[in-house]
Design a protein around this ligand. Sequence first.
Ligand code: G1P
Length: 271
Amino acid sequence: MIKQAIIPLAGLGTRLLPLTSVFAKELLPINGKPGIEYILDECIEAGITEIIFIISKKKEMIKNYFYNDKFYKSLIKKKKDPRIIKEYKKILKYKKKIKFVYQNKPLGTGDAVLKTKKFIKNKYFLMLLPDDLIMKRNCSKDMIKLHNKYKGSVMASMSVQKNNVNRWGIYSISKKLNKQNFIISNVIEKPSTKEAPSNNAVIGRYILNRNIFKILKRQKKGKGGEIHITDSIKTMIDNKSLFIGHKFSGKYLDCGSMSGYINSTLEISKL
Ligand code: G1P
């Protein structure tokens, strides 16, 4: 059973500067709601009961957002405004499910995952990358169903343009299970167009086996000097672990770049 999710939130968000010079990008409003709340709603609706946030000292604003009880209580006492009461109740609902761990040096997604090692109780857990919003269909829920059927790891995926493969983790397929699901035989982090084995990109939803921690402990730095989860996933695949690529239904929104972030608000307002 998959009951825990982890969300790496310690990234610097340089693609969203100057906003991120003072603000945590995951709290930036997308159509009036902080991006992170879309991710939390997806988790909770998929049956996740505990969500581990990996933050840094620089991103403590995220913790404060969920731990502002005094402020809400005094406001509610004075105003009794039903909207504020409703918003506070929502924050409390999230807060009950969230735990915080710290990654103070931005060493990469693989290093962020390793920080959650002692909190993961079950064999498999879910990871969501907050830059990637998937609307109209709960991708995590679909991936959990798939995991329950095949008992392996799952990564969300979509086809990208050949000249854009160096922005993503790119995987190759050894077997087609059906129209949407594939057994993965290899994965490369941000390959050049020449190196790329396909144009199947990994998108920020992963169901991982906790065996990955053993590999992450020994993981060397990869592209850009960072410790990539993709490189440890490659080792697991080489060691015969089952990884399924799931081409999700639903609408993908990239909130990590300025143009993508602006576009997300426009797209969500149309839903
Ligand atoms: C990360 C992963 C990459 C994946 C992408 C999905 O990259 O390293 O493999 O394709 O997320 O959004 P990042 O966005 O951190 O550069």
